[in-house]
Design a protein around this ligand. Structure first.
Ligand SMILES: Cc1cc2nc3c(=O)[nH]c(=O)nc-3n(C[C@H](O)[C@H](O)[C@H](O)COP(=O)(O)OP(=O)(O)OC[C@H]3O[C@@H](n4cnc5c(N)ncnc54)[C@H](O)[C@@H]3O)c2cc1C
Length: 559
């Protein structure tokens, strides 16, 4: 039998089961802007060099452990709905974790909801997109109300009498989440309510009715009765809503509170149970005689709200590009620390192939997004305006659609720990399909590309002029573009072939941009892997000869 002293010693030995080594660590306390070379290059190239210092400060904030923790908390403790207070009054109140409010405050105080409208000029959209790209990597969900607030302004400006009243508070850099009337606030946020049960993409099927309260017409008051099946950010102070007026589907501005201080009856039925985008609330609502004013012309509701939708679609490009960067950064970081079979993972040839491929995707997405941002800064220049018209739909389709598989592959680079809920990867993965589906799902974007080409054929010329800037730089791209010309010349069954065409357009412009502006290793590998016959297969199938080490080195964030 052991003596008591021996027993104690054995227990101490058993308690020390193993050393923890060869494991990764959190990617925190790094400058998310300065550690993103592709982003810095894009900001300079596309006309926002003057924002370098502001972005450096913002990159420090968005890479800090404290700020990243806000994104975690806002998603762990999602929003909750209280339809009534304890005395039985209707309140339609959504409560959020304080982390969500802190994220909203940061975005609004940095002008992510308004800077191109309050400080327009060269680089304004580019600088805003770069800021949004950084903040979306902390939390994508709160970006929804920020985007809608930003995007509402062009629609509102179609009706100067309403813009004059509302725009100053919508663009103010003041976040006030209180559930009180707009008159008591210095800053307002905006939501958008188009989708109904029977008609989502096809808003012409909407049944919500708008009855004029007087003469009716632009800028005048109506009463709305009906429902909206998806209303995100239901704590917005004001919403742009589509409803059937006597003269057809029209756009309305609907405040949360009536001017007399009573609650406007846009009533929240329940919150959506979403697989991703958790920090953001999305609701089902009913409109029970809600007061609203007509924006734009009667019967031209789609024309009016499309000004807003065009902006939110652009922000989907920003958000999904950011999701790709966040996922690639996590994979690159992990694989620069973890070893397997005698080598750090990012030195294993096959892992190099996967990582470099993830980076190429992310660089292509960013390049296209920031090019469109520059075009948005120059809409008075017709070719730039045409590029926005076409490439927002092309980019929204392609970048958002490429993101889910990208997120999953980045997760796999991290191995089993990447699947765990305490890793950032499940959140990135669950977020990844959302941008592809809302604001016009994939097919709708492709049909929009066809519509733009049919209605305004010069968009095609503007597109090929842009792609032509890289002519001669790569025989692979030249062949790809020739094939695209042939595809577009063949109108037989074009709607059926729309995805294939838009995919070819997206890759053509991404390839052209990278050939002009990215390091040769990136551009050559992009063209060799995406524009060669057979197209891109799974990640990690880059052909021989790619300088994976250079691509990985450039993109790996150092904490
Ligand atoms: C998280 C979340 C939040 C949302 N928030 C809002 C919000 O705040 N406000 C708001 O108004 N909406 C919101 N939406 C709704 C969203 O915009 C719609 O879900 C989307 O537009 C698609 O509409 P639907 O769901 O009715 O699908 P449907 O219109 O039924 O489409 C189903 C599928 O059919 C395809 N399709 C449709 N027409 C065609 C065609 N002619 N040819 C080929 N394919 C076609 C679509 O691409 C899609 O893949 C939100 C959605 C989500 C997921």
């Amino acid at each position: 039998m052991n003596a008591p002293e021996t027993l104690l010693a054995d227990q101490a030995f058993l308690a020390e089961t193993h050393d923890v080594f060869n494991v990764s660590r959190e990617l925190v306390d790094f400058n998310a802007y300065l550690q993103d070379i592709a982003l810095q290059e894009a900001v300079r190239r596309e006309g926002a060099a003057r924002s370098h210092d502001a972005l450096t400060a913002f990159g420090k904030l968005t890479g800090s452990a404290d700020h990243l923790a806000l994104g975690v908390l806002a998603n762990r403790f999602g929003p909750e709905l209280e339809t009534h207070d304890r005395f039985g009054h209707r309140v339609d109140l959504v409560t959020f974790h304080p982390a969500y409010h802190a994220l909203m405050k940061t975005s609004i105080e940095h002008g992510l909801h308004s800077s191109p409208w309050t400080d327009p000029g060269p680089g304004a959209h580019v600088a805003r997109a770069a800021h949004s790209y950084l903040h979306a990597q902390v939390d994508a969900g709160h970006g929804c109300p920020i985007t809608m607030t930003f995007a509402a302004v062009p629609s509102l400006r179609t009706t100067p009498v309403l813009a004059g009243l509302w725009e100053p508070k919508i663009t103010a850099r003041v976040y006030d989440p209180r559930n009180v009337a707009d008159g008591a606030k210095q800053g307002l946020t905006v939501g958008m309510a188009m989708t109904e049960k029977q008609g989502g993409s096809d808003v012409r099927a909407n049944t919500t009715r708008a009855r004029p309260l007087g003469a009716g017409g632009t800028g005048l008051a109506y009463e709305l009765v009906g429902h909206k099946y998806f209303v995100s950010a239901p704590m917005s102070d004001v919403y742009l809503v589509l409803a059937q007026a006597p003269g057809g589907l029209s756009c309305f501005l609907l405040p949360r509170w009536r001017p007399d201080g009573t609650k406007n009856p846009l009533q929240l039925q329940r919150l959506k149970k979403k697989m991703g985008n958790v920090s953001n609330a999305s609701s089902e609502t009913e409109l029970r005689g809600a007061l609203a004013w007509m924006v734009g012309e009667e019967g031209r509701g789609v024309r009016t709200i499309i000004e807003m939708v065009a902006m939110t679609r652009f922000d989907c490009m920003v958000g999904s590009s950011a999701g790709q960067r966040a996922a690639a950064a996590q994979a690159l970081h992990h694989c620069s620390i973890r070893s397997a079979f005698g080598k750090v993972l990012n030195e294993q040839p096959l892992m190099r192939n996967v990582l470099a491929d993830l980076v190429l995707e992310s660089e292509g997405s960013l390049a296209l997004t920031m090019r469109v941002a520059r075009a948005m800064d120059h809409r008075d220049d017709e070719p730039e305006d045409l590029l926005v018209r076409l490439c927002t739909a092309v980019g929204k389709y392609w970048i958002c659609k490429r993101t889910p598989n990208h997120a999953y592959e980045a997760m796999e680079c991290i191995g089993g720990s990447g699947v765990m809920e305490d890793s950032p990867m499940p959140r990135l993965f669950r977020e990844s399909p959302v941008n592809a589906i809302w604001e016009g799902s994939g097919n709708i974007q492709c049909l929009d590309v066809l519509r733009a080409m049919q209605k305004t054929p010069v968009v095609v010329e503007a597109f090929f002029r842009e792609v032509g800037l890289a002519k001669g730089a790569s025989a692979t791209l030249d062949r790809w573009v020739d094939a695209l010309h042939r595809e577009l010349g063949d109108l037989e069954g074009i709607e059926y072939r729309a995805r294939a065409i838009v995919e070819r357009m997206a890759l053509a412009i991404q390839g052209a941009l990278l050939l002009q502006h990215a390091p040769q290793a990136v551009a050559d590998a992009f063209c060799a892997s995406r524009l060669a016959e057979g197209g891109h297969r799974n990640y990690g199938t880059l052909p021989r000869g790619v300088d994976c080490a250079a691509i990985i080195e450039r993109a790996t964030p150092r904490a």
